[in-house]
Design a protein around this ligand. Structure first.
Ligand code: ZN
Length: 203
């Protein structure tokens, strides 16, 4: 990993877009409920332009493209990028059935490919961020932050109130519909037009 800053924790949210909750047959949360927060290991990050391998314990690794923010020294979200919250879907389904934590499905080695961090533009409306994710040039996910159930500001406030967030931690804000399998050899690209361009290769 060539990021200069060490990432301790990755705070991620599940089911933050109604269309994605539905595609996995999960109940659609209401905005007045608490967000569903889970952790990914900071050491699971793959830097932008990185090539990474898939875990051997699963042949069902799904992409979840998500807008990600980095907490700065004042715990403000001053930088952003796109990230992949890679998920061992079959494993996650079994863990859900058993009502076990999702760690094995969410926090394996290389489970968080990360795009280049950029400063959040002062003029950016956090409710107006559109992004796309492609595999081998084909669009698989198109998202818009205005569709989030819990806004970026609310997610930040929520995790700061409850968890030991430290400088450099990431906040992943959930994925829209269109999640699916990634395979060995795939070229993965994610983009926020004019702001973030990320790419990774699956070895
Ligand atoms: Zn996710």
């Amino acid at each position: 990993m060539s990021l200069s800053l060490k990432i301790s924790n990755i705070w991620a949210v599940g089911r933050n877009y109604a269309d994605h909750a539905k595609e996995l047959n999960n109940p659609v949360p209401e905005s007045k409920e608490d967000p569903l927060i889970f952790l990914k290991a900071g050491s699971s990050v793959v830097a932008n332009e990185g090539t990474f391998s898939l875990p051997e314990f699963s042949s069902d690794i799904h992409h979840e493209c998500e807008i990600a923010f980095r907490f700065d020294a004042r715990l403000k979200l001053s930088q952003m990028t796109l990230a992949l919250d890679l998920t061992a879907r079959e494993v996650q389904s079994k863990l859900k059935e058993k009502q076990h934590p999702w760690t094995l499905a969410k926090s394996f080695k290389n489970s968080c490919p990360l795009g280049p961090l950029v400063d959040v533009p002062k003029t950016l409306n956090l409710q107006q961020i559109a992004f796309t994710f492609k595999i081998n040039g084909e669009v698989r996910q198109s998202g818009h932050s205005g569709d989030m159930i819990h806004s970026v500001a609310k997610l930040r406030e929520y995790v700061l109130e409850r968890f030991p967030v430290v400088e450099g931690d990431l906040l992943l804000t959930g994925t829209p519909k269109g999640v699916g399998l990634i395979r060995s050899g795939d070229l993965l690209e994610a983009e926020i037009s004019g702001l973030v361009k990320a790419r990774w290769r699956v070895s």
